[in-house]
Design a protein around this ligand. Structure first.
Ligand SMILES: Nc1ncnc2c1ncn2[C@@H]1O[C@H](COP(=O)(O)OP(=O)(O)OP(=O)(O)O)[C@@H](O)[C@H]1O
Ligand SMILES: [Mg+2]
Length: 430
């Protein structure tokens, strides 16, 4: 009798244990293009939207579009998705994340999205002939894209049509009040046609800088900007592409941010709920349950991922999968990482593989020196250059365009996963 009671209770216990952590409940999301449930940092960029871009555009003040660039997996898409989600919560009109596939015509994709925004703005329902005609013209851009300007010698260029519609959407948002129309274009480095890129940037830039004449009661007139906001996201190369094509105009109309890896303190804070109160999971039979994490396990995840958001999610996911109990242990973090290390290595290898040969040589030469010896002179010597200045342009690009190297005294790596891969056994555990 006693025996069976014990049996019964251990069975119940085991059952509860098995159901504690399932893949279905994992809050970690490596690789998916959604806003991760476990969010770390990026407070500067989030507050830039909340405290600067949105309120200024709503107030009719000019504020440049935002370009957010960074190496693969640094969280560009997630960041702007999160901004877009918060905008949507405020009632703003938001395009979905418009991903430009390699070589695709961006004008088509943007035209399609603007037609949907126009719908949301109530423009499609308006009786005005002028608006109807404009929507028709945008529909031809959505169908033919950039090639429209080649096919029809006369008639407006596709970009002017897009600008006009953007302005109409802005006016509708102004009439509605307290609404911003937000456009997010992702993977902008994939726009291979220079002409299509320049048309796109001009269309967006012209709409952002448009001045609307407003008459307030009493007959006073003034000019204001429309409540429109644009976010472009993509790989660092985009800065060269846009700069080469539209140069100073692009810089005047878009403010570029290079994303850096996340700070360890932000990553620790993101995992803190696991340590303090436990992460709530749906659990079995409708009872919610909590999954905890040992503080050492929290630290281990942060140490392993080297500030890389993708690797952070991956390490967390693998640790979650490595056990089924209600505490994520350090041993599980390590076991999980072991199974992820090939993927972590491939992630960094992809970043290195995209570097032009000289840049790759530079980071390898730099990694070969001990940290205090990493001066431009020593690095260029190691690269076999006759003059130190020969390595100058490469080092400048690695710093300002890519955010991989910091040209301090001495030089250091800002991309900590790249550094770890080049200078240690990482991602393998000791
Ligand atoms: N602030 C963050 N906190 C926690 N996890 C994040 C954060 N930002 C991104 N991630 C996670 O990092 C991974 C990569 O994010 P994302 O896809 O946004 O990167 P990306 O820079 O757009 O990469 P790519 O260049 O490959 O498009 C995703 O799994 C995402 O969930
Ligand atoms: Mg992305």
């Amino acid at each position: 009798m006693r025996y069976s009671l014990i049996n019964l209770s251990t069975d119940l216990f085991a059952d509860k244990f098995i159901n504690m952590r399932t893949p279905l409940d994992s809050p970690f999301s490596p690789g998916s293009d959604t806003v991760p449930q476990i969010w770390a940092g990026r407070t500067e960029q989030l507050s830039d939207w909340r405290d600067v871009v949105r309120p200024r555009r709503l107030a009719g003040l000019h504020e440049r579009g935002r370009t957010i660039l960074g190496e693969a997996g640094l969280g560009k898409s997630s960041l702007v998705r999160r901004i877009a989600a918060s905008a949507q919560n405020e009632g703003d009109w938001v395009t979905p994340q418009l991903r430009i596939p390699s070589g695709a015509d961006p004008l088509k994709k943007v035209a399609e999205a603007l037609l949907r925004l126009a719908d949301q703005a109530g423009l499609s329902a308006m009786k005005e002939k002028q608006i109807g005609a404009l929507l028709n013209r945008v529909e031809s851009v959505a169908a033919s894209g950039f090639s429209l300007s080649l096919r029809q010698a006369s008639g407006p260029e596709p970009y002017t049509v897009l600008t006009e519609l953007l302005i109409e959407i802005g006016r509708a948002a102004l009439r509605q009040g307290d609404v911003v129309a937000l456009i997010h274009i992702d993977e902008v480095q994939n726009i291979s046609s220079e002409d299509a890129l320049s048309q796109l940037l001009i269309a967006l830039g012209d709409a952002l800088t448009h001045e609307e004449q407003i008459t307030v009661p009493g007959g006073v007139q003034f000019q204001c900007a429309l409540p429109l906001a644009v976010y472009l996201t993509g790989l660092p190369e985009f800065a060269d592409m846009a700069g080469a094509r539209t140069g100073a105009t692009f810089v005047r109309r878009f403010q570029t941010t290079m994303l850096a890896p996340l700070e360890d303190s932000d990553l620790l804070a993101a995992l803190q709920p696991f340590v303090v109160e436990g992460w709530e999971t749906p659990g079995s039979e409708g009872r919610s349950e909590r999954v905890f994490m040992e503080p050492e396990a929290q630290q281990a995840i942060v140490d392993l991922c080297r500030g890389e958001p993708f690797l952070f999610q991956l390490a967390g996911e693998r640790a979650w999968y490595a056990g089924s109990g209600d505490v994520i242990t350090t041993a599980q973090v390590r076991a999980g990482w072991q199974s992820a290390s090939a993927e972590a290595e491939a992630h960094v290898e992809r970043i290195l593989a995209r570097l032009p040969q000289r840049e790759r040589q530079f980071v390898e030469a730099m990694a070969g020196l001990s940290p205090e010896d990493r001066t431009l002179t020593r690095i260029s010597e190691a690269m076999g250059y006759a003059k130190t200045s020969d390595a100058g342009p490469t080092s400048r690009r690695l710093d300002t365009v890519r955010g991989i190297v910091r040209r301090g005294k001495p030089y250091s790596f800002s991309h900590r996963a790249v550094e770890a891969a080049l200078t240690s056994e990482w991602p393998d555990l000791e």
